[in-house]
Design a binder for this molecule. Sequence first.
Ligand code: 13P
Length: 252
Amino acid sequence: MRKKIVAGNWKMNKTFIDAEELISDIADLLEEIDLGNTEVIICPPFLFLEIATDIAEEANYSVGAQNMSDQEAGAFTGEISGAMLASMEVEYCIIGHSERRKYHHETHEMLARKIDLALTHSIRPIFCCGEILAEREAGMHMEIVKKQLEESLFHLNETELSSVVIAYEPVWAIGTGVNATAAQAQEMHAYIRDLVKTRYSQQIAFETSILYGGSCNSKNAKELFAQQDVDGGLIGGASLDASEFIRIIQSF
Ligand code: 13P
């Protein structure tokens, strides 16, 4: 049975004291609920990964980074490698977020290298895909997502792919307050699962967790998560408040 996952992507938010407080609050609230088959992942900025992994030792969440370098090591000022993340006991890494594709010009090829390096260091990629508004309006959203998967992910073998979590994040829904409808999310998630089935197998497709991201909050999570192929969410803004994040986790 594939896992349900709720991951919080903090993006570039919080400073040291606030980050520590938010992680502690989430950890405390998680103790009070029965998570069942749901995994919670917190993805704070790099600087706070150590606090997150420390507190995680006694808490019920996993830790993810928001990005990593496409190079193994060396003269790459300001970069953070997969080996570094692994040495901090970071289990997941978001790869291919649309903000990095847009502001840091990350290409399909770079993302494929990041995916490979993450897996080399036993870090599970949370691979983001999704179309911009113009692409959806032109009816190209399926084609765009297919290309993103084919170019950066589908070179993996079956064992490698089974470590990957896919997140569908329509760019027009990120931070806008306009989430994809449950029907739009389900349609794309079913399509992604079908692509995985065609490229790999029915079994792998069935076991791959596919998350929805984009203005997901405690008001719309229940309907989104009720869709057959939506296995949880990658949450931005609404993951910055402990009670709101917990309400989303309880939306299954
Ligand atoms: P929001 O939930 O703030 O729309 O962000 C979604 C996102 O980009 C998560 O990675």
